[in-house]
Design a protein around this ligand. Structure first.
Ligand code: C5P
Length: 242
């Protein structure tokens, strides 16, 4: 059975290789996966992936949120596949063909995750973007429609909020990965938090999340390793495996 730690994805939301290395060393064995986002990848490039591989046995999630014409995304994915990362993100807001080309480009070496709807997109943003009223009134509907498209295109899973995990799993089955950001343990409510729809680690996993992205509650803790281990233990307890 998967232990609590294996559910935790730590985003390396720092601007330099040296800071990223320091977190990877600190958290090795206390999280299941490290996520590399645009800030770090634009600054340091594939050397970050190499550094994680040399420093830790954790998985690697490249959060590139690709969105371009199908041909370009397919070709970019071929390069991602050469890097040998475990997961990469692609926006679901474009065509099914783009997602299919992303999956084809990954050549089965990297799991493609569809980003359903960014958490800063509210009803007003969706309306301004020209979507039908039924989606403006019920964003969940849009998330499920895009998740269905990602599933049909052969994606490994989607990124969605903890509030949508159960519906995604019910619709698309337990093998279709649900990766959930916006995680806040009860003991780490942050001041001026910009994450709107938050969930605790235990609630997200009980709802069916396969991976939870936990950044600031770990990064800003006095002892980040202790915070990650505590989250892992909470998940184990919620799953009845402590
Ligand atoms: O836990 P914290 O809010 O610090 O996590 C921030 C991370 O989660 C960032 O790396 C961000 O890209 C990612 N993320 C998010 N919301 C999404 C998708 C990813 O905050 N909808």
């Amino acid at each position: 059975m998967k232990n609590g730690i294996a559910y935790i994805v730590f985003p390396l939301d720092v601007p330099s290789l040296s800071e990223a290395r320091s977190y990877v060393k600190k958290l090795d064995g206390a999280v299941g996966m490290f996520k590399v986002g645009l800030e770090l990848f634009i600054k340091e490039g594939p050397s970050v992936v190499q550094m994680i591989r040399e420093t830790s046995r954790a998985g690697i999630f490249l959060d590139l949120k690709l969105h371009d014409i199908s041909e370009t995304v397919g070709r970019a994915m071929e390069q991602v596949a050469l890097m040998g990362v475990d997961l990469v993100t692609v926006h679901c807001a474009s065509t099914r063909k783009m997602l299919e080309r992303a999956v084809a480009g990954s050549q089965g070496k990297t799991g493609v995750l569809g980003v359903t709807l960014l958490t800063d997109n509210d009803s007003q943003a969706v309306e301004s973007a020209g979507y039908e009223q039924k989606y403006v009134e019920d964003l969940n509907r849009l998330v499920l429609k895009r998740a269905g498209m990602a599933h049909g295109a052969g994606c490994r899973g989607v990124v969605c909020s903890g509030h949508e995990v159960a519906a995604v799993k019910a619709l698309l089955g337990k093998d279709f990965l649900a990766v959930t950001p916006g995680i806040r343990p009860g003991w780490s409510l942050l001041d001026n938090d910009d994450q709107a729809r938050v969930t605790t680690p235990a609630k997200a996993v009980l709802a069916g999340a396969d991976l939870i992205v936990v950044g600031r509650p770990i990064r800003t803790a006095a002892d980040p390793r202790e915070a990650a281990l505590r989250i892992g233990a909470e998940i184990d307890e919620a799953l009845g495996q402590s």
